[in-house]
Write a protein that binds this ligand. Structure first.
Ligand code: URP
Ligand code: ZN
Ligand code: ZN
Length: 487
């Protein structure tokens, strides 16, 4: 009997730390050997001339999340995870969102029911806390953290979701006591409402005005406030989907003071801009997301923040709404104000190719940095490392074999989500995932799916932030500290 179930031979293995020519031996779904040359397995995959990377960990994506306004996401757990795996991802972390008045436990049970029997890859859940009652924070949250739901998102905007500063402090205190990671959507809600009403009075309701209603200062102010509340609570936080250079500046300032502020950006802030929102007619609605894509010059600042370490995580924020659909972008018709257009863009399948092409191929970022922000850091940040996010003996055999030279024109027809458009239509990328392996099984090979829906398993997560007794402060340190702490 062969020593390995699967041997990946002849490839160049890249992790967040190293790049080396190396074979990978896999047994029982785990990596059991790494060496210059390994014996044949029961099955061999030839990776000669290709890169072998840890499977992508998409730490921010939405699936089957109901909207309170009658909108409906195009992707359920089947189509979203199918799209994810074709894009080189082997782990996804979508959200279990609490509705007003709902128990957090019930929200989690409902999302498990949505995911059951459908996922192609492994998944964990972030919680969304929209109604932080004493029972939710005092009883439900600690019990859920104990069971492996160790991260949660809060919103500073959106009716029905947003928390005021006092509520945020309550959530931060509860998170600190349990060791959970808090993700923050940082935009000032009152400023957006005020600007939106003014624009509507002036008849400025086309999709492009979505950007005007959420200028950089709105994100910058909320980012600064979230940082202040984090400092007050002595709780590390992660600011999600940072779009503006001004918000990034606040994050860098906080990190320079030794505060543990982490941050994420997304493809829409590197590969889309305000011109896409201003496309003719209603087309700009395809790119409506919050915060919005900004001007071309801003894109360069976001690239800098991703490559120089201000941002630690690069996620898709896949929020799939169909364009030509009365439950999607056209919820209230094409003549309706931008405020009624469901927020979000699809991107779970294009995240890795876009960043590889725009980052690694252009020399903007090293291959190891690419692996770090797309796989290793999200796994560390959310308590899944080293099971996920690396290529090491003992880790799950979640791997993507990457053709660094394959040129692909992105069109919606080649993607595997259930959305009727991609905002990246026509963009040409170099570098594409050709074979995807999840827990030692070849699940995608050269454009074909070889997996059953439902093979993906739920992943309980470790606590990212060790709980500290009340009254003890975290040691202050430089912005890189999290790496040492979470390793
Ligand atoms: O516009 C966005 N980003 N929609 C998805 C929900 C969120 O706030 O992440
Ligand atoms: Zn958000
Ligand atoms: Zn999101």
């Amino acid at each position: 009997m062969a020593e390995f179930d699967l041997t990946i031979r002849g490839g160049t293995v890249a992790t967040a730390g190293d790049v080396a020519r190396c074979d990978v031996g896999i047994r029982d779904g785990r990596i059991v050997a790494l060496a210059a040359e390994l014996p044949a397995g029961t099955r061999d995959v030839d990776a000669t001339g290709r890169l072998v990377l840890p499977g992508g960990v998409d730490g921010h994506c939405h699936m089957d999340q109901p909207g309170g306004d009658g909108s409906r996401m195009a992707d359920d757990f089947l189509t979203a995870t199918r799209s994810a795996v074709f894009g080189g991802n082997t782990t996804v972390i979508p959200f279990a969102a609490q509705a007003q008045g709902q128990s957090l436990r019930d929200a989690v049970a409902a999302y498990h029911a949505s995911a059951d029997g459908k996922a192609f890859v492994d998944y964990a859940f972030h919680l969304i806390v929209a109604d932080p009652t004493p029972a939710v924070l005092g009883q439900e949250l600690p019990a859920l953290v104990e069971k492996g739901y160790t991260s949660l998102k809060i919103y500073m905007t959106y009716e029905g979701m947003k928390l005021d500063d006092r509520q945020i402090l309550d959530v931060f205190e509860a998170a600190r006591a349990t060791g959970a990671m808090v993700m923050v959507h940082a935009e000032n809600s009152d400023c957006i409402a005020w600007l939106t009403e003014r624009l509507e009075r002036e008849g400025k309701t086309a999709p492009a005005f979505h950007g005007t209603s959420r200028p950089q200062v709105v994100e910058r102010e909320a980012t600064h406030r979230a940082i202040a509340l984090s400092e007050l609570s002595d709780l590390p936080i992660l600011i999600v989907h940072v779009s503006g250079a001004e918000a990034a500046e606040q994050i860098r300032w906080a990190q320079g003071r030794g505060l543990r502020i982490y941050a994420e950006t997304c493809p829409q802030y590197l590969f889309l801009d305000a011109n896409d929102l201003a496309a003719p007619g209603f087309e700009g609605a395809k790119c409506i997301c919050s915060p919005p894509p900004r001007d071309k010059a801003n894109k360069e600042r976001i690239w800098e923040a991703l490559t120089n370490g201000v941002f630690q995580v690069f996620s898709s924020d896949h929020a799939p709404y169909r364009y030509d659909d009365a439950e999607g972008k056209k919820l209230k018709g094409e003549a309706a104000s931008f405020r009624y257009v469901p927020n979000g863009v699809p991107g779970i399948e294009t995240r890795l190719p876009l960043l590889f092409s725009g980052g690694v191929r252009t020399g903007r970022m090293s291959l190891s940095r690419f692996v770090e922000v797309t796989s290793t850091n999200p796994a560390k940040m959310y308590g899944l490392y080293p099971r996920k996010g690396t290529i090491a003996v003992g880790s799950d055999a979640d791997l993507v074999i990457w053709d660094a030279d394959r040129e692909v024109t992105i069109t919606n027809s080649i993607l595997h989500h259930d959305v009727d458009y991609t905002p990246y239509e026509g963009q040409v990328v170099t570098g594409w995932p050709v074979t995807v392996i999840s827990r030692g099984e070849v699940v995608v090979d050269d454009g074909a799916l070889h997996a059953e829906a439902g093979r993906g398993r739920f992943l309980p997560c470790d606590r990212p932030n060790p709980a500290r007794p009340k009254g003890t402060r975290a040691p202050l340190g430089p912005s890189g500290t999290f790496r040492a702490e979470l390793a």
